[in-house]
Design a protein. Sequence first.
Length: 217
Amino acid sequence: MTPRPPSRSVFPDPRLVPGDEPFARGENYQPEVLLDAYRHGIFPWPTDGEVYWWSPDPRAIIPLNGLRISRSLRRTLRTAGLRCTVDRDFSGVMTSCAAIRGPDTWITPAYMSGYRRLHELGAAHSVEVWELGELVGGLYGVTVGAVFTGESMFHRRPDASKVAMVALRDRMVERGFALLDAQLPTAHLTSMGAVAIPRTQYLDRLSELVDEAVSFA
């Protein structure tokens, strides 16, 4: 059973905090704390041995009807031998995301332990891309209501993380999800259709969706 977050958030109201700096500090990856954070548009980001909590302004989202699929990606999607799964190897995806970022990764052992627990409780999910039995790409994130917040992705062959993103979008549409939160805009995400919106707009939409009864698994 997914733990219920506290009725009152342990975090400050993100609307009252500048969007270009963290507004809380402290390592706590207990499931109820993580879910409280995500329900309010907040996420942890370990940096230099400290865990900071962020709610950036602007916020990056990927409209489900606006995912960009390039010609090269379309060719990759037609490649025989590529197969996508959901929640088959959550730990493998998270470990791979950490490995490709080297020793400076924010995906620390304590972080991974907390998110594995969320996964066991049904609140964190992964999409895997396989080729000839090998995990070649994937992504993972957290679900609250009808919102999926992407945490990280990786690839070991060209376009494999983008294949995972397409599979994620399809899964979200199939299961009735409404908002794909990409947290921070990056060149990679922007190339796939991510847009930056004001934090207030994101938080308003989030509050409408966090209690929707949909299931990703």
